[in-house]
Design a protein. Structure first.
Ligand SMILES: [Zn+2]
Ligand SMILES: [Zn+2]
Length: 236
């Protein structure tokens, strides 16, 4: 089946995202925009996914647990998981090796944690934007070990992106799927190219979304599609 997805959305946990990006607001907006599935991918943190999943169950939108990891090379790497538990384990692994700098909300923005009902219940003290001490291979390995997949984010964008940082597409790790930024997804790279909003504000969430071919509308089904990568069908 082909489903409509936006697999890169920041919640109010990310300092650079608008405070109105609460999980329930995001999922409600996704429903209004006709999306079947979204992924919450905050910078180096997973604390608002639980609320998004509850909202997803209420609104009938599939929520894929995700995270946007900043690697040692300063590259943004999206990771997607079939379960909340796996995503939280990734979040813990990232936290352990992240440079600990205190957030200055007046400079970087708020890092708001909400409870399952969307009520603010705390803030993360360390700056979530800092890089962690894992390279691109470490991040990919860790994600796979937890049953998920690493997808490099906005590979053609300037800062914090794979192609400008490394200057080439590395042989390792294996990357069946990549995310492209504001470019019509195509198969020139021999990989599945997905397009997402990288929304930091509600209005930026994709209208109708990117169409993804998958066997089942579930977090596992979407992770499987990303693991499979380019298919004959998506080349056409
Ligand atoms: Zn990014
Ligand atoms: Zn992002």
């Amino acid at each position: 089946m082909r489903i409509r997805v936006d697999l890169h959305i920041h919640s109010c946990l990310s300092p650079c995202a608008d405070d109105s990006m609460t999980p329930w607001n995001i999922v409600g907006m996704a429903k209004l925009k006709g999306l079947d599935a979204v992924a919450i991918c905050d910078h180096n943190g997973t604390l608002n996914i639980k609320a998004a999943i509850k909202a997803g169950n209420e609104y009938g939108v599939c929520v894929v647990p995700g995270i946007e990891v900043t690697s040692r090379e300063d590259i943004h790497l999206l990771c997607y998981f079939p379960t909340l538990e796996a995503a939280e384990k990734m979040g813990e692994a990232v936290e352990k090796c992240q440079l600990k700098i205190k957030n200055k909300p007046s400079v970087f923005g708020n890092q708001i944690i909400v409870d399952e009902d969307d009520e603010p219940c705390g803030e993360v003290e360390r700056l979530l934007l800092s890089a962690c001490d894992m390279d691109i291979n470490d991040v990919a390995d860790k994600a796979r070990t937890l049953g998920g997949i690493m997808v490099p984010a906005h590979i053609n964008k300037g800062a914090n992106s794979l192609l400008p940082t490394l200057g080439l597409m590395p042989q390792t790790p294996e990357m069946p799927t990549v995310e492209v930024f504001k470019m019509r997804p195509h198969s020139a790279l021999g990989k599945l190219c997905i397009m997402s909003s990288d929304a930091h504000m509600l209005e930026d969430i994709l209208e109708q979304g990117f169409e993804l071919e998958c066997d089942e509308l579930s977090a596992q089904g979407i992770v499987n599609a990303l693991l499979r990568g380019e298919t004959e069908r998506s080349i056409l």
